[in-house]
Design a protein around this ligand. Structure first.
Ligand code: NAP
Length: 324
């Protein structure tokens, strides 16, 4: 049995691994079979991670974090967790391959998943002109007309990036002001290829096998109109990935895993959580990394206390053995 297993390969998971590995806990990090590296793998340039004054590409930053974790002895497994047993002193993790790993402590850092619009056409047209990842799919939209849905940093970043390929990028936002940071807003406003459509929501996506437009509803007047498009990118935020711990760990009303104050302690002793999966507000790469640090330190203290308890029990047993 191991000391610690970390689930998740974003900035929270790998930072927790760096700390746990340097504490000689020999962590096993489960990185998923497809989405290794978390959300930064779908990002272009990260300009706000301290220490990189020129910026760094998201995938490069993740590769560095992984290399740093491995340098100190983290073992990385590329598989998906299918089952978790968290009650009791032994935490059991079953993977898609059928392998079962056990540890005394577990850090859950599974991040968040792209939010969907909730329209029935989404399932059918995903990958056929409908995408959640500009860096993955932008290349297919050379000289096309496309739209990005959303008003946050992701939407601004995606729209700006997509102007490298597309002739025209609409940003469709449900209100008349953006949630995005000022610098990202300004960059989008200054881009001549970007046009904003305010107070609009997508009520239907059109296309028979390939996106060719959307229906927009004005959120103020209720007016409905059609917009012809070659592609649609959805960038309306993320939801914490908690499906594996539903009914096992307490959640907050926002759907994130509940932790005790500023710690990473969940409702089960020995189970810690970090990153976007506990954070409904800040959700930055650097705050996730900080949160991973907290989880590793909390786990380290837990394991030390457990070690002391076990040592005390062993001592007591020995004393009785002597009396016998
Ligand atoms: P976000 O900040 O939660 O913004 C989501 C946007 O989508 C909001 O404008 C929201 O509208 C809109 N929205 C939500 N649900 C919708 C729906 N069902 N239909 C239509 N619109 C909907 O999410 P995000 O932009 O993905 O950013 C997440 C976090 O990552 C943020 O903390 C952000 O700062 C960070 N991030 C940072 C960078 C960077 O610094 N380079 C890049 C990307 C993301 P309302 O405004 O009306 O709520």
């Amino acid at each position: 049995m191991r000391d610690i297993i970390i689930i998740g390969s974003g900035p929270a998971g790998f930072t927790a691994a760096i700390y746990a590995a340097r504490a000689e806990l020999k962590p096993l990090l489960i990185a998923s079979s497809v989405e290794i590296g978390g959300e930064l793998m779908n990002t272009t340039e990260v300009e706000n991670f301290p220490g990189f004054p020129e910026g760094i590409m998201g995938p490069d930053l993740m590769a560095k974090l992984q290399a740093q974790a491995e340098r100190f002895g983290t073992e990385v497994v590329y598989d998906d967790v299918v089952e978790l047993e968290l009650d009791g002193p032994v935490k059991r993790v079953t993977l898609g391959s059928g392998d079962v790993h056990e540890a005394s402590a577990l850090i859950y850092a599974t991040g968040s998943a792209y939010r969907k619009l909730g329209l029935p056409e989404e399932e059918v047209l995903s990958g056929h002109g409908l995408s959640w990842c500009a860096t993955c799919d932008g290349f297919f939209f050379r000289q096309k007309t496309i739209a990005v849905i959303g008003g946050g940093d992701s939407a601004m970043e995606e729209a700006t990036f997509l102007t490298r390929f597309a002739d025209k990028v609409y940003v469709v936002h449900r209100r008349d002001s953006l949630k995005a940071s000022k610098i990202m807003q300004q960059r989008a406003f200054d881009n001549p290829k970007i046009e904003f459509i305010w107070n609009a929501e997508v009520t239907a996506i059109h296309g028979d096998g390939q996106v060719n437009g959307v229906t927009l509803r004005d959120t103020v007047t209720g007016e409905v109109r059609a917009l012809d498009l070659d592609g649609l990118f959805v960038a309306i935020g993320n939801d914490p990935r908690t499906h594996l711990v539903h009914g096992k760990l307490d959640l907050t009303p926002e759907g994130t895993i509940a932790v005790e104050g500023r710690t990473s302690k969940t409702s089960i002793p020995g189970v810690f959580a970090a990153g976007d999966v506990i954070d409904p507000h800040y959700r930055q790469a650097v705050t996730a990394a900080g949160s991973g640090t907290v989880a590793a330190l909390d786990a380290e203290h837990y394991l030390a206390a457990l070690g002391n308890e076990n040592a005390a029990e062993a001592l007591l047993e020995n004393e009785f053995a002597v009396v016998d």
